[in-house]
Design a binder for this molecule. Structure first.
Ligand SMILES: Cc1cc2nc3c(=O)[nH]c(=O)nc-3n(C[C@H](O)[C@H](O)[C@H](O)COP(=O)(O)OP(=O)(O)OC[C@H]3O[C@@H](n4cnc5c(N)ncnc54)[C@H](O)[C@@H]3O)c2cc1C
Ligand SMILES: *[C@@H]1O[C@H](CO)[C@@H](O)[C@H](O)[C@H]1NC(C)=O
Ligand SMILES: *[C@@H]1O[C@H](CO)[C@@H](O)[C@H](O)[C@H]1NC(C)=O
Ligand SMILES: *[C@@H]1O[C@H](CO)[C@@H](O)[C@H](O)[C@H]1NC(C)=O
Ligand SMILES: *[C@@H]1O[C@H](CO)[C@@H](O)[C@H](O)[C@H]1NC(C)=O
Ligand SMILES: *[C@@H]1O[C@H](CO)[C@@H](O)[C@H](O)[C@H]1NC(C)=O
Ligand SMILES: *[C@@H]1O[C@H](CO)[C@@H](O)[C@H](O)[C@H]1NC(C)=O
Ligand SMILES: *[C@@H]1O[C@H](CO)[C@@H](O)[C@H](O)[C@H]1NC(C)=O
Ligand SMILES: *[C@@H]1O[C@H](CO)[C@@H](O)[C@H](O)[C@H]1NC(C)=O
Length: 569
């Protein structure tokens, strides 16, 4: 048959209608858009999810001035508020025109900010499927949240529909987990709303241990695993995703997929480190478990009299950072200052985990050279030293997380090679402190098994495999800070701190996407390792989410969207 001009015109019209020529496809539908669901459509969704569709408000509005400080700063309490983020700055629409804020002590003048409009408080797979299909059908901005811990604000967005998976709390242990007929041994399967504290508690009663974070409410099967997941046990057992065996995921079509090395292996690759919120809604994840053991945790806390003394302590720490490698100890080394005055004191604590069934005395002996050298620094004092010997689950268990501050992070994975120049490490700390940095969080959670697992084929940033530590700079502000100053603080990592940190990390060091700066200009390589890794992830995304239903800040595909994931660029 011959193409008539009529067919061509008709085809053009049809294509034009379904492609970008239709402005409704350039942007998600928001209230007031032509394709936005009407009240009847929302009511129908609500009926489908058994009444579990709720209106969402910012946490300050929810509190209405009546929440206590203890509630405001409790992750457990904030988790009862569908609209809450643990860092309330992510609820604020600083960049909206005009800015739309909802602050704790001025909730009477609240805007909705970057908070979703509705949430499906999912309790079943079917709830999730209904919400995903609804968002697809009406071209809505969709976000997914389990704990609301996200440091990049990836679990909230303005004018969006939220799927909250916090109620998916099933936990099951098995000694024989099968993938494709092969017995992979003992494992735990956790729903995506199961907090770390529950896994630790139940694992202890089962005589098991899983690789998980030092946090109470971070969700194993939420963002933690999809970002990679580091642990005090990582030098011993690898990253959390190195231990992942299977995911159950609702993808953009609404279909529930079983994802493992045999079934949808491409998606399995992406879910292990390819960044959270970009692939579908995780219902549950299964990770390997091992027999539990007793461990020793020792926490020496020093105070350094001024920046010079704090920097000297950082140098000594770098000199001794390989001391515990033989037992694969993990360590958090946290520097906290509360004044930008270079002559103000600094607290520097070293939370050290000796996991290998070695005795407390052997642990102390491994720490002694570092302690001894630290105490020889003028102006450095040991103010306390706490020691615990117990089941590793109870050591890592925590009753709650202290949250509720406005804060943004910036970070780099520090290559092992950087620690062969301890003087440089001290110089970088000194420069960061002199520039006004108040909170520098160090994580000795790499090396050992993390390096040995380099051959695992997953989307984890390959920078992990040659890293020794992960360093985070935290920048905070009180609600009273003027908007112009908040903007400066949000950009401080890129403009001021990163150039200093790079003197130690090198220019091409990667970053751990879960504890990082959403404003990373080259997130594709900084978070995912290389342009070819990113291209591979992009191809997987186009297979499972061709319509970009799952978009998060600095996530795969986000370069096609504006800051809020509302309109294509
Ligand atoms: C107190 C505290 C301690 C921490 N400790 C560690 C640590 O020891 N090790 C470590 O590696 N990290 C740690 N983190 C960082 C943590 O890994 C990230 O904040 C992570 O994103 C949290 O995931 P979440 O699902 O709990 O948070 P959320 O804010 O709910 O979600 C985070 C991201 O995951 C996505 N997501 C959530 N649920 C789902 C789901 N069901 N399906 C698909 N996507 C989903 C969201 O869309 C978002 O992109 C810590 C964070 C805090 C606040
Ligand atoms: C959904 O239905 C429940 C129960 O019928 C109701 O309480 C709730 O207000 C409804 N949600 C919305 C957003 O209207
Ligand atoms: C909020 O609190 C004020 C008093 O503090 C009260 O008058 C008002 O009704 C409350 N609003 C809501 C929505 O609870
Ligand atoms: C808000 O008010 C509470 C008590 O009313 C107070 O404890 C808190 O410090 C105030 N917070 C801010 C950010 O002003
Ligand atoms: C949780 O477990 C119960 C009991 O086994 C099961 O009926 C339910 O479907 C599970 N929920 C999810 C979301 O997997
Ligand atoms: C500030 O830090 C110093 C040193 O860590 C500490 O002694 C002091 O209590 C802190 N002050 C406040 C107000 O937190
Ligand atoms: C302690 O440090 C001093 C120098 O400050 C050194 O001479 C001594 O050998 C150290 N002892 C141990 C046990 O490391
Ligand atoms: C820092 O403190 C130490 C110990 O108190 C002191 O010897 C040193 O002179 C101080 N350095 C500066 C630069 O103030
Ligand atoms: C482990 O530590 C507990 C104390 O928390 C102790 O009672 C128990 O005997 C220890 N077990 C082993 C095997 O050492």
């Amino acid at each position: 048959m011959k193409w008539t001009s009529f067919t061509i015109v008709l085809l053009y019209a049809l294509l034009g209608h379904s492609l970008d020529l239709n402005p409704t496809k350039l942007c998600r539908n928001i209230p007031g858009s032509q394709g936005y669901p009407d009240a009847a459509a929302w009511a129908q969704l609500n009926a489908t999810v058994a009444g579990r569709l709720v209106d969402v408000v910012p946490s300050a509005k929810f509190c209405n001035g009546t929440c206590s400080d203890a509630q405001w700063t409790s992750a457990l309490f904030r988790n009862t508020i569908p609209g809450a983020m643990d860092q309330p700055n992510w609820e604020q629409g600083y960049d909206l025109t005009p800015p739309s804020l909802c602050l704790r002590n001025s909730s009477n003048t609240c805007g909705q900010g970057d908070v979703p409009l509705f949430s499906v408080e999912a309790e079943t797979v079917e709830d999730v499927q209904a919400a995903v299909k609804f968002a697809g059908k009406y071209n809505l901005r969709l976000v997914v949240k389990s704990s609301g811990h996200d440091y990049l604000g990836r679990s909230t967005a303005p004018n969006s529909l939220l799927i909250r998976t916090t109620h998916l709390r099933n936990v099951t242990f098995t000694d024989n987990f099968f993938v494709g007929g092969k017995n992979l041994g003992s494992a735990v399967t956790a729903g995506s709303g199961v907090p770390a504290q529950t896994v630790y508690q139940e694992a202890e009663s089962q005589g098991k241990i899983a690789v998980l974070g030092t946090a109470a409410t971070v969700c194993l099967a939420g963002g933690y695993l999809q970002g990679g997941g580091h642990s005090a046990l990582s030098p011993l057992f690898g990253l959390a995703v190195d231990n992942a065996l299977e995911f159950h995921v609702v993808v953009a079509t609404g279909e529930l997929l079983q994802v493992n090395s045999e079934s949808h292996p491409d998606l399995f690759y992406a879910l292990r480190g390819g960044g959270p919120g970009s692939w579908g809604v995780v219902i549950s994840a299964t990770v390997k478990t091992r027999p539990t053991f007793n461990a020793t945790r020792i926490i020496p806390v020093f105070v350094a009299a001024n920046n010079t003394a704090a920097a000297a302590l950082a140098t000594v720490h770098a000199e001794h950072i390989f001391d515990f490698d033989s037992v694969h100890a993990g360590q958090y080394f946290y520097l906290l200052k509360n004044s930008t005055d270079p002559n103000a004191p600094t607290a520097f604590e070293f939370i050290t985990y000796f996991p290998n069934n070695i005795t407390p005395e052997e642990s102390q002996a491994l720490l002694a050279p570092f302690l001894n050298a630290s105490l020889a620094i003028p102006g450095v004092e040991l103010v306390s030293m706490q020691q615990t010997y117990a089941d590793i689950n109870s050591i890592l268990f925590s009753p709650d997380d202290a949250v509720g501050d406005n804060e943004v992070l910036g970070s780099r994975l520090i290559p092992e090679a950087a620690y062969h120049d301890p003087t440089k490490v001290g110089e970088v700390y000194k420069e960061l402190l002199d520039a006004g940095s108040l909170l520098i969080l160090g994580h000795l959670v790499a090396g050992g098994q993390v390096a040995k697992n380099a051959d695992i084929s997953s989307a984890v940033n390959p920078a992990w495999r040659s890293a020794k530590t992960h360093l985070i700079l935290v920048n905070q502000w009180p609600d009273s800070t003027p908007l112009s100053e908040i903007s400066t603080i949000r950009n401080q990592f890129q403009t001021q701190q990163l150039p200093i940190l790079e003197k130690m990390s090198g220019l091409d060091a990667g970053s751990y996407s879960n504890e990082a700066d959403v404003l990373e200009p080259h997130f594709q390589t900084t978070f995912f390792g290389s342009a070819s890794n990113y291209a591979k992830l992009s191809a997987i995304k186009s297979r499972y989410d061709p319509g970009d239903l799952f978009i998060v800040g600095a996530g795969v595909g986000s370069e096609r969207w504006d800051e809020w994931g509302l309109c294509r660029r």
